[in-house]
Design a protein around this ligand. Structure first.
Ligand code: C5P
Length: 406
């Protein structure tokens, strides 16, 4: 009875999964919630408002102009509810919500919600994987909405794919999680993230470097902190402001980064190496600025591979901590190289990036490669990708977690 005294609006969208909203309402009630229902006009084609009215004991609202609600129905439901659950959320509904429309009772309720809004999407796979949907989900997440599902399984079309409504019990779990005060699924997890390039000095004014912006590592630090982790961000030289609540350690060179990380690794639950660490450094750093002198030959020596050292040390100790995540930026044979890296560096997860996509921008397209296989993700913001990576870290840590996170 975890939802005792909670008031939940179930807002039903017009998809075949609408009939399952009945089961969701029942499950909410079983856990103690008081439920009221709003429906889009098309939802009523799949499930009758009378059914929902009967179940909840209050009229299911479909029409913004319903005379039983003189005046303020568009505000009233959202203000009444402790949480608004949109189930099923169709592609169209997600698009309208992301655009900030409020032209029916479902969207007006979402717009006026004073508590958390949880979307349980259900649609055909091609609609779910459509870039417009990806974008709309990100926009809604960015304004704090939570998502549960969809899941993979048989669809109404008879095909098997991603897009099925999550199970009612899982949906209601997500409502509970969203209502838990300060619900954060990485609470207390100690996480070290490295970010940015390293600069390998040639002399007091010149260095060898690379174009890493640091944005991926900073996004990871920001999302992890928002999810309750205790974050240490070891960053090379970047022009970014560290997220609030994160301990930042600034370094320049690979050797400094190695020192900063190795000295803290044992106390971490997880280490995510998002930094583009230089593989080589000049064999010597001139004390004074080098003079022009015709042709110059530089001798470079290998830098230590920080991640490899962490992986080998962990293996030597027979330990499972810290969870280790590396990145692989490749221009060819992305997945083969990522798998090889996973094994060679003895880490838990490799985030494989196409070099053309990820470096300076705000979006990234990556595959997550672990011992169980590779998952290709669609292009998404670095923050969204950070969340996906952190989900894997959480799984690896076996931290008890809400089923879906905002
Ligand atoms: O072998 P490669 O450089 O492609 O591996 C990339 C991964 O290894 C990244 O996670 C990077 O942060 C890490 N790395 C490291 N030390 C190095 C080079 C890369 O930890 N010297």
């Amino acid at each position: 009875m975890d939802l005792r005294d909670k008031r939940i609006v179930v807002a039903i969208g017009g998809g075949i999964a609408a009939f399952k909203a009945v089961e969701v309402v029942r499950e909410l009630q079983r856990r103690g919630a008081t439920v009221r229902v709003a429906m889009t006009a098309s939802a009523t084609r799949f499930v009758g408002p009378i059914t929902l009215t009967g179940l909840t004991g209050t009229p299911a609202v479909v029409d913004l102009w319903d005379p039983r609600y003189a005046g303020e129905v568009h505000v009233e439901l959202g203000a009444w509810a402790d949480a608004v659950l949109v189930a099923p959320a169709t592609m169209n509904l997600l698009g309208r919500a992301a655009a900030g429309l409020a032209d029916d009772v479902v969207l007006a309720t979402v717009a006026c919600a004073r508590g958390p809004v949880i979307f349980a999407p259900a649609m055909h796979t091609r609609m779910w994987t459509h870039p417009a949907t990806t974008h709309n989900v990100e926009r809604l997440r960015a304004v704090g909405a939570a998502f549960v599902g969809p899941v993979e399984g048989p669809l109404a079309s008879g095909e098997i794919g991603m897009g099925r409504l999550a199970e009612p019990a899982r949906i209601v779990d997500a409502v509970e999680a969203a209502l838990r005060p300060g619900a954060t699924d990485l609470e207390g997890v100690r996480l070290l993230v490295s970010a940015g390039p390293t600069h390998e000095d040639l002399d007091p004014v010149r260095f060898l470097g690379n174009r890493s912006s640091g944005k991926m590592g900073f996004a990871l630090a920001e999302r992890a902190a928002a999810r309750g982790a205790l974050v240490t961000l070891v960053s090379g030289p970047v022009a970014l402001t560290p997220p609030a609540g994160v301990t930042r350690i600034e370094v320049r060179s690979a050797l400094q980064m190695r020192e900063a990380i190795a000295s803290r690794a044992d106390e971490q639950d997880a280490v995510v190496m998002a930094a583009a660490v230089a593989d080589y450094r000049p064999s010597e750093r001139a004390e004074h600025k080098r003079k022009k002198a015709g042709e110059v030959q530089l001798t470079l020596v290998r830098n230590p591979d920080i991640l490899l050292e962490l992986g080998e040390r962990r293996a030597r100790l027979g330990a499972h901590r810290p969870v280790l995540v590396g990145f692989a930026l490749e221009t060819q044979d992305l997945l083969d190289n990522a798998r090889a890296k996973l094994e060679r560096k003895k880490v838990d997860l490799i985030v494989a990036n196409e070099a053309a996509v990820g470096f300076a921008g705000d979006t990234n397209r990556a595959s997550l490669v672990d011992a169980a296989g590779a998952t290709a993700l669609p292009a998404m913001s670095k923050h969204a990708l950070a969340d996906r990576i952190l989900d894997r870290v959480r799984e690896r840590l076996g931290v008890e977690a809400p089923p879906e996170r905002a």
